[in-house]
Design a binder for this molecule. Structure first.
Ligand SMILES: *Cc1c(COP(=O)(O)O)cnc(C)c1O
Length: 283
C-alpha cells in the first residue's frame, strides 16, 4: 500500500499538493531523516527522531508536533503501508511563502512529507564489499545538520558512481571526513579510526550503534580524523548508514585494501550489529 503522511494527515500520493514556493523546493530549506524498518518495526527510532528535532533546532525550524505524536505518525504510516523490511523517508520544510531568502515574516506552517519503501538489506554487497573513490569535500561547514541541501553530497556521489564506485570518501585536504551519505572507518593494527562527531560530519545513528558494538567486541576506537595520504595502508575499511548498515570497502581508488576482502574485525562488527537488530525486532 502507498499511504503518504502529509502534515497531520495520511493521504494517497495523488492527494498531496505542494506549493511552487515551498522553501524546501526553492532553497532546500528543511531537514530530513531516513529510518530503517526491520520486520515491521523501526530500528533506533528514538535516536532518529531526536536527531531530526536537533537538526530542526539548528536551522530555527519549530516542528509543530511533540516527539511522541511524531513517533506515532511514523508508526501509523508503516502500519498502513504494511512495510516489512524497508525504510521511512521523512522531510520537513520551513513551509511555503513568497520567495525571499529571509524567513517568512508571518509564521507559516512547516510542511511534512513522509513515505515508506520496501528496501532489502544489501546482503551480497555486505558480504563481498564495495569500491569507493576519494573526492574533495566541498560542502559547507554545518555537515552536522541533516539538511535537504545536498548538492555537495550528490555531486560527489555522482562522480563516484561514474567511476563505477558505490560511495565517495570525502576529504578536506588530507583529512577524511565521511561519505556522501555515510560515515567512514579505517582499521589499522587492531584499532578503529573514525572522524569525531564535529560540524564536519553527520553523526550517524548507525555510527553510534557501531561504536557501542566496538566496545562489546573489544575493538579500541580512536575518534580522530584519518589521513588521506595513508588511506590505502589500512588493514580494513568500511562505511555505515541506515540503509547500507556496515558496508566493507575493499577497494579505494582502484587499490585493494588489506587482503581485498572484507576484514575480520569488520565481519565481527557486522555480526554484533545484526544481534542488535535481532534484539530490537524481538523487543
Ligand atoms: C544520513 C547520513 C549519514 C549516515 O547516518 P545514519 O544515521 O547512520 O543513516 C552519514 N553522512 C551523511 C552526510 C548523511 O546524510
Amino acid at each position: 500500500m502507498n499511504w503518504v503522511q502529509w502534515n497531520d494527515r495520511l493521504v494517497k500520493d495523488e492527494e498531496i499538493q505542494l506549493s511552487k514556493e515551498d522553501r524546501g523546493y526553492q532553497f532546500g530549506d528543511g531537514i530530513y531523516e531516513v529510518i530503517r524498518v526491520y520486520n515491521g518495526s523501526m530500528f533506533t527510532a528514538k535516536e532518529h527522531i531526536n536527531r531530526l528535532y536537533e537538526s530542526a533546532e539548528k536551522i530555527k525550524l519549530v516542528i509543530p508536533y511533540t516527539k511522541d505524536v511524531f513517533h506515532k505518525m511514523m508508526y501509523d504510516l508503516i502500519e498502513a503501508n504494511e512495510v516489512t523490511t524497508g525504510q521511512v523517508y521523512v522531510q520537513i520544510t520551513r513551509g511555503s511563502s513568497p520567495r525571499q531568502h529571509q524567513f517568512p515574516i508571518e509564521a507559516v506552517e512547516p510542511v511534512l512529507t513522509a513515505y515508506t519503501k520496501e528496501v532489502d538489506r544489501p546482503v551480497s554487497q555486505m558480504a563481498n564489499g564495495v569500491a569507493a573513490k576519494t573526492i574533495e569535500d566541498v560542502r559547507w561547514l554545518r555537515c552536522d545538520i541533516k539538511s535537504l541541501n545536498l548538492l555537495g553530497n550528490i555531486m560527489a556521489k555522482q562522480e563516484a558512481h561514474e567511476s563505477g564506485c558505490f560511495e565517495a570518501i570525502l576529504h578536506r585536504g588530507d583529512t577524511i571526513t565521511e561519505g556522501s551519505s555515510s560515515n567512514m572507518y579505517g582499521i589499522k593494527d587492531g584499532v578503529l579510526y573514525t572522524h569525531p562527531a564535529t560540524n564536519l560530519i553527520l553523526n550517524g545513528i548507525t555510527r553510534r550503534v557501531i561504536l557501542a558494538c566496538c566496545e562489546e567486541i573489544g575493538l579500541p576506537v580512536v575518534e580522530q580524523p584519518m589521513s588521506l595520504s595513508t588511506v590505502y595502508a589500512n588493514d580494513e575499511f568500511f562505511m555505515s548508514s541506515t540503509t547500507s548498515e556496515i558496508m566493507p570497502i575493499v577497494v579505494i581508488d582502484g587499490m585493494p585494501i588489506g587482503t581485498g576482502l572484507p576484514g575480520e574485525w569488520t565481519k565481527k562488527l557486522q555480526t554484533a550489529f545484526e544481534a542488535k537488530i535481532e534484539q530490537a525486532v524481538h523487543a
